[in-house]
Design a protein around this ligand. Sequence first.
Ligand code: NAP
Length: 343
Amino acid sequence: MNQIPPTMKALVLQDNPEARIELKTNYPTPTLKAGQALIKLKTAALNHRDQWCREGMYPGLRYPSILGSDGCGTVVAVADEADQHWVGKDVLMNPNVNWGDNPAFQSLNYSILGMPTDGTFAEYLALPAHRLHEKPAYLSDEAAAAIPLAALTAYRAVFTKGLAANGSKVLVTGIGGGVAQFAFQLAQAAGAKVYVTSGSDEKLDQMRQAGAAGAVNYKDPQWVKTLIKAEPMGFHTIIDSAGGDAFGELAKMLAQGGTMVVYGTTAGKPSGIHLPRLFFSQASITGSTMGNDQEFVDMLAFMAKHQIQPLVSSVRPLDDIVSAFDEMDQGRQFGKLVIRISE
Ligand SMILES: NC(=O)c1ccc[n+]([C@@H]2O[C@H](COP(=O)([O-])OP(=O)(O)OC[C@H]3O[C@@H](n4cnc5c(N)ncnc54)[C@H](OP(=O)(O)O)[C@@H]3O)[C@@H](O)[C@H]2O)c1
């Protein structure tokens, strides 16, 4: 404990319209409470919720809070003797706080690491030791930090809710997104035939190289026709986090008995849905959020079994973290925006 400094660098969400996020250089280092472990963070990664918090568009904002749901680091201290075996280990963290007992949905006092509880965009993080998982040996620090929130969300959306399996025809929209990218990788590893959309031709080219069965630009006026021509019987699983004007068209692309899984609204309010089409085809639209703790374990095992490497868009130092938020706001990233905090 002696080498742990009393203050640290931390990216803090604050109630200041001039600077809603600010990198503080002398923020108090957390002290351990019973059951907690102290992690010296090596890397962290952004999720869109961090930018939503910056924009004031996330429920239950708490000021000040350290943002960041994903990270990888080394355990440097624990409060309880029973957790001593963690000290010195490289870990990543399950970002669920209080999922609760029901695997089907989270408890009423559920939250996500990184607002309201202090998160990973800091040099140190204290959290309950039961949130820790050993860093997968096959991954770098950067790749490990890219995984938790996005891959967990994708795992539940693709498998538990979307029921994708070997041979399924799957469509993932907005493939530049962190969760979307994992949804593609997980479904592909399970043996599904995976199509993607993006607003960027460059990202689509890369996805063709990564084995996408089809890659279509949602800004092309012909995008719906192109996908229908490619899969006239529709998609068994559609994974969407955009909503917006395309939503009704996507719903029409569901196969008989197919499922559209929705976990975000990046493009705003959804357009209308052709309900007769939906009910005649016995199709479903279902919501999904994060994943339970068992799904987190299953996700890590699935990733390791298939040696899935997260797509890291860029890595930059903690001092430059605000530029990563700007990049996410503009949707310029392709995969995860990773922050290097310490070596
Ligand atoms: N419910 C949950 O548990 C949960 C968990 C994680 C995220 N989310 C939500 O899901 C969304 C994505 O999160 P993320 O962290 O993956 O975000 P992200 O990395 O910022 O990705 C957002 C992506 O959305 C795509 N996009 C933008 N406009 C689009 C449109 N009109 N149609 C289709 N795609 C469009 C873009 O893809 P292209 O660049 O390829 O066009 C962009 O890269 C956010 O709204 C986030 O809040 C929810």
